[in-house]
Design a protein around this ligand. Structure first.
Ligand code: SF4
Ligand code: SF4
Length: 327
């Protein structure tokens, strides 16, 4: 058996909890079917809204021991259906390709949260082919189909490179027989528009302007933590944004919250309820755990999840998760 939890934290009633689970007073996980790993903070970009606060000068990356443990979980976890690899730019990890190979061999869905510009970095010349060969689902950030908005949020020249990356992926069958999804998040403190309507706009615009095809558009609501929270505070908009999320609470999203079927592992092996809790950081409610001390992901099934008011972003409007809208 793994090491028992080191401490038990008491759940404080938050605005989120009062809305999401007024009767139970806690949010509980179900079976763990998704393993999300954040391989580290290094990224070739440094986007304004980045909740990881990733960038080219960050050095925190997953080491060999943690990577080996994760590979053994990928190989043995009976309920595992999805391996979701994120970062930073996940492809910059020395272990990225081993994770992909292990997931692909196991026959589970492997997701690469790809920023597209990484495809043009030195040393990544064969990355697109590698992803295609292992049938990796590419989930790529493209916060707008306008050059001006993308470059404002993600850096000068990012739009052109992203378009180049999408064309390259299309040439390898992505958007056709391999899955290519795009991610949209609002540039400011507002809720995303309808995922279905926006997808239609994206598909029409990217097809007509560049001949690009993709499968689905995933809309994600900005979570008010780290860089985005600092920007809201600086502009005096934080309370208004949290109130907006609260007043748009949608109970039908609660059953599909991503934290209920996943755990998120940090580069140092610490286990969290989700990537946002990891970035805060907000430990597991039952106490801090490291994946090195975990025998099975089933230890996290039915756990009580650590929630706080940042969670209101996941339940506002159509809801939000790593898979886009929930409702
Ligand atoms: S590409 Fe992604 S991980 Fe990298 S800085 Fe931008 S938002 Fe953060
Ligand atoms: S922020 Fe994380 S813990 Fe909170 S509701 Fe969203 S997925 Fe769950």
């Amino acid at each position: 058996m793994g090491r028992p939890p080191s401490k038990v934290t008491t759940m404080t009633p938050t605005r989120f909890l009062k809305l999401a689970t007024p009767m139970e007073g806690e949010l509980r996980a179900k079976t763990i079917t998704t393993l999300q790993i954040n391989v580290g903070k290094k990224c070739n970009q440094a986007c304004l809204h980045c909740h990881v606060e990733a960038g080219p000068n960050r050095t925190e990356m997953m080491d060999e021991r943690v990577a080996a443990k994760i590979i053994s979980l990928i190989e043995t976890e009976p309920n595992l259906q999805v391996l979701d690899i994120t970062g930073g730019a996940p492809e910059l990890s020395n272990h990225f390709r081993s994770f992909v190979e292990a997931g692909s061999k196991r026959g589970i869905e492997v997701i690469d949260r790809c920023n597209l510009t990484i495809l043009f970095e030195s040393g990544q010349e064969d990355l697109a082919e590698f992803l295609a060969e292992h049938n990796v689902r590419v989930v790529a950030s493209l916060p707008c189909y306008s050059e001006k908005n993308v470059d404002k949020q993600r850096g000068l020249g990012v739009f052109d490179k992203s378009i180049g990356g999408l064309i390259k992926l299309n040439q390898l069958g992505y958007g056709k027989d391999k899955v290519l999804d795009l991610v949209y998040n609002p540039t400011g403190p507002s809720l995303p528009p309808s995922q279905e309507m926006l997808q239609q706009d994206y598909k029409a615009k990217l097809k007509s302007d560049f001949g690009i095809v993709f499968n689905s558009l995933l809309t994600i609501t900005n979570v008010a933590i780290n860089r985005f929270e600092h920007a809201l505070k600086r502009d005096g908009q934080l309370e208004d944004y949290v109130s907006l999320l609260e007043s748009n609470f949608n109970h039908s999203t609660v059953n599909g919250l991503m934290c209920r079927s996943m755990v998120s592992i940090a580069y140092d092996g610490t286990v969290y309820d989700c990537d946002f809790n990891q970035m805060l950081p907000l430990d597991l409610l039952a106490g801090k755990r490291n994946v090195l001390d975990v025998d099975s992901l089933s230890e996290f099934a039915n756990r009580s999840i650590a929630v706080a008011d940042h969670c209101l972003a996941c339940t506002a409007g159509a809801g939000s998760s790593c898979g886009g809208a929930i409702a």
